[in-house]
Design a protein around this ligand. Structure first.
Ligand code: BG6
Length: 608
C-alpha cells in the first residue's frame, strides 16, 4: 500500500506535496519521491527511506520549482526499496511521469512487449511499465492516452500521471485502489486518503473504478469508463483538520485510543432510534432475515478478532451457527455458502486485498454480503450488498484500536437489529442492550481516564522476551487481540492460549519469571480461569490478571491486577481491551519503537 498526492495550481507544488506525503506515510514508508513540471520538462527527485530524507534533499521542496506535481510514499511490493524502484517513474523519453498505488498483475508480459518495441527499464517495479505504456499509447491528449494505457492493465491501481506536453495537467484513474480528487480555489488535488488534504480543501470527490480525471488549476474533467465526459458531485468533509494531526498526543495511536469514547458514541447512537435498532436504513428484506440460517464472518488481523466476538454475540442471540474465518483462508477453502446465509466482511480500511477477495467469493456464489467498514467509499464498502460504517474517523496508526472497538460495537448493533427483526429479543432485552450500548462511551472514558497502573506495569515488563495471554470464551478472543497489539508494536514474542488448553502443550514454555497475562473479565468462566492461573503460578510464572472491579479473590492468586468495570458479558471485551491496548503502547514506547509505524507492517495490506 502506498500514498499518492498530486497538485496543480498557482503555488509551488513541492512543499505542498511533501506536507501531504507526511500525512500519508502510514500507508507505506520505505521510499518516497516527487515529480514537478518546470519549463515544460519533468523534474524527478526520489530516494529510498523516510520522507524526511527527500525533504532534506530538496530543501523542503525549494530546489524543485514548479506549480504542477505528483508525489508518492511507498510500501514495496514489486522490487525491494531502492532509488530506482521508488516512484515517480519516468517514461524513456522523460515526457510522462507516473505514481501508483496497487499491483499490476500482468506487468511482466507488458514489459516484454515494450522491450521488444525498444523500451528500456531502470527498475524492478510493475509501475515503470505504465510510464512507458503511456508513451507507447500516446494519443497527444493526456486523458485519452491514460484511458488507452489502462486498457492494457490487469490488477489494482490508483495512478497520478504528468505529461511534459501538458504542463498544467494531472491525469488520474483508479481500479481497485483508493483515489480521491480534491476541489480547491484555483487549485486541485488528487490523493489516496482524505485526511492528507483536509488543510487544503474540504470538497472531495470519490473516484469510482474505471473513472479518469483530468485536473488543471481551473477545473476537473471526469471521464467514465467509456471516455464520455460527465459531471461528478463533490461532498464536503466535516472532519476537523486535527483529526489528521496528533491532537497534541505524542503518537496517533494514543490519540486514537483516547478517541474511542467518541468513536463508540458516533458508531452506536445514530443506530438506536425510538427504542429500535436501525442500521442506516439498510433495506434488509424481513423475510430473508427470518430465513437466515447461518452467518460467516470473514476478516484479517484485529478485524478477525472482532469477528470472533461477533460470533459470540450472534450465536448467543440468534441461535444460528456462525463461522469466523481469516480471509486469506476463507477465499481458498471453498466455503459452503447458501442463499439463506449472510457473509459479514469486517475491515477498518475497506481495502485489504484478502477481505476484498473473500467478499467477491461470496458475491460470486450469490450470497448476501454485509460489510462493517470504517473508510467511506472504500472498495469493500462499495462492493458489499450492505455496508454498516463504524464512524471511528480516520485511523492513522498502523495498529488499530478505535477501529477494533467500533467493529465490536457494530457487531452488537447488527446482532440486536437481526434479533429484533426475527423477534428473538424481547422488548425488555432490546431495551437493556440499548441502555448498555449507550452507556459504553462513558464507561470507556472512565477506563481510559487513568493510565498510572498500566504505565507502572509496562515499566516492570517492557524488556521481557516472551509474554503469554490466557483466557476462556470471550476472554480467549480478547487475549488474541491483546497479544496481537503487543506483538505489532513492541516486537516482543507473545501468544494467546485458551486457558483450558495450556496444559495440553504450551505450558511447557512457562518457566520462573515468565509473564502470563490472565484475562478474567467474563463472569461465566472466571472460576475456571482462576485454576488455570494457579497452574502457571505453580511453574513460577508472574501473573498479571485483568479482572473485574471488586474481584477480591483474584488478588490472592495473581502478582499484579488491572481492573475494569463490569458492563455485560457480551460487551465486556470493548472495555477490557482498553488496558491491554495501553499496556502494549507503553511497552512499545519504553522500547523506543516507532509506535505508529511499526516495522514490517502496513495499515492495510492491499496485496495478497
Ligand atoms: C493490518 C493492520 O495490516 O491489517 C491491522 O496492521 C489490521 O491493524 C489488519 O487489523 C486488517 O486491516 P483492515 O483494514 O482490513 O481491518
Amino acid at each position: 500500500m502506498c500514498g499518492i498526492i498530486g497538485y496543480t495550481g498557482p503555488r509551488q507544488a513541492a512543499p505542498i506535496l511533501l506536507d501531504a506525503l507526511k500525512k500519508l506515510e502510514y500507508r507505506g514508508y520505505d521510499s518516497a519521491g516527487m515529480a514537478v513540471i518546470s519549463h515544460d520538462a519533468i523534474q524527478v527527485r526520489k530516494m529510498r527511506g523516510r520522507l524526511q530524507l527527500l525533504a532534506n534533499m530538496t530543501r523542503d521542496g525549494r530546489d524543485l520549482p514548479g506549480t504542477v506535481g505528483i508525489g508518492h510514499t511507498r510500501w514495496a511490493t514489486h522490487g525491494e526499496p531502492s532509488y530506482y524502484n521508488s516512484h515517480p517513474h519516468l517514461s524513456n523519453s522523460g515526457r510522462f511521469a507516473v505514481v501508483h498505488n496497487g499491483i499490476i498483475e500482468n506487468y511482466r508480459p507488458l514489459k516484454d512487449m515494450l522491450i521488444q518495441k525498444g523500451y528500456t527499464f531502470l527498475s524492478a517495479t510493475d509501475t515503470e511499465v505504465i510510464s512507458n505504456l503511456m508513451e507507447y499509447c500516446d494519443q497527444g491528449d493526456l486523458a485519452r492516452t491514460l484511458m488507452a494505457a489502462v486498457k492494457h492493465l490487469q490488477g489494482s491501481y490508483a495512478l497520478g500521471v504528468l505529461s511534459a506536453d501538458e504542463p498544467d495537467h494531472i491525469a488520474a484513474v483508479r481500479q481497485d485502489s483508493p483515489l480521491i480528487v480534491g476541489r480547491g480555489e484555483g487549485e486541485n488535488f488528487i490523493v489516496s486518503d482524505i485526511p492528507a488534504i483536509l488543510n487544503l480543501t474540504r470538497d472531495v470527490c470519490l473516484m469510482k473504478d474505471g473513472e479518469v480525471a483530468l485536473l488543471d488549476p481551473k477545473g476537473i474533467t471526469f471521464y467514465n469508463e467509456y471516455g464520455e465526459i460527465f459531471e461528478k458531485e463533490s461532498f464536503h468533509v466535516d472532519w476537523d483538520v486535527s483529526a489528521a494531526e496528533k491532537g497534541g498526543y505524542e503518537h496517533f495511536m494514543m490519540k486514537e485510543m483516547m478517541e474511542q469514547p467518541t468513536a463508540l458514541k458516533e458508531t452506536i447512537r445514530p443506530r438506536i432510534k425510538d427504542g429500535r435498532f436501525v442500521l442506516d436504513g439498510l433495506q434488509l428484506d424481513p423475510e430473508w432475515v427470518k430465513s437466515l440460517s447461518m452467518v460467516h464472518i470473514v476478516a484479517c488481523g484485529s478485524a478477525y478478532h472482532a469477528g470472533r466476538l461477533g460470533k459470540n454475540l450472534l450465536e448467543g442471540r440468534l441461535g444460528i451457527p456462525v463461522d469466523v474465518d481469516i480471509a486469506s483462508e476463507f477465499r481458498y477453502r471453498h466455503p459452503i455458502l447458501r442463499p439463506d446465509h449472510l457473509v459479514v466482511i469486517i475491515s477498518q480500511s475497506g481495502e485489504t486485498a484478502d477481505s476484498i477477495a473473500a467478499l467477491r467469493e461470496a458475491k460470486g456464489k450469490g450470497v448476501k454480503t454485509l460489510a462493517i467498514v470504517n473508510v467511506v467509499g472504500s472498495t469493500i464498502a462499495r462492493e458489499a450488498d450492505y455496508t454498516l460504517y463504524t464512524w471511528a474517523g480516520p485511523e492513522i496508526a498502523v495498529a488499530t484500536t478505535k477501529g477494533y472497538t467500533t467493529q465490536v460495537a457494530a457487531l452488537a448493533l447488527l446482532t440486536c437489529c437481526l434479533a429484533q427483526e426475527r423477534g428473538q429479543m424481547s422488548g425488555e432485552e432490546l431495551q437493556q442492550m440499548e441502555a448498555l450500548l449507550l452507556s459504553l462511551p462513558d464507561a470507556a472514558e472512565e477506563v481510559l481516564s487513568d493510565h498510572k497502573e498500566v504505565q507502572h506495569l509496562a515499566s516492570l515488563f517492557f524488556n521481557h522476551k516472551d509474554i503469554f495471554f490466557i483466557g476462556r470464551g470471550i476472554d480467549y478472543s480478547l487475549s488474541l487481540e491483546g497479544s496481537l497489539k503487543l506483538k505489532e508494536i513492541s516486537y516482543i514474542h507473545s501468544e494467546a492460549q485458551p486457558a483450558g488448553e495450556l496444559k495440553h502443550g504450551a505450558i511447557s514454555l512457562i518457566q520462573p519469571g515468565t509473564l502470563v497475562i490472565a484475562l478474567a473479565t467474563g463472569k461465566r468462566l472466571r472460576d475456571k480461569t482462576i485454576s488455570n492461573i494457579q497452574e502457571v503460578r505453580a511453574r513460577g510464572a508472574v501473573v498479571l490478571a485483568l479482572c473485574l472491579e471488586h474481584d477480591e479473590e483474584i488478588e490472592s492468586v495473581a502478582d499484579h491486577v488491572l481492573r475494569v468495570p463490569f458492563l455485560c458479558e457480551e460487551l465486556q471485551p470493548i472495555l477490557a481491551i482498553l488496558p491491554l491496548q495501553l499496556f502494549a503502547y507503553y511497552v512499545a514506547a519504553l522500547n523506543g519503537n516507532d509506535v505508529d509505524k511499526p516495522r514490517n507492517l502496513a495499515k492495510s495490506v492491499t496485496v495478497e
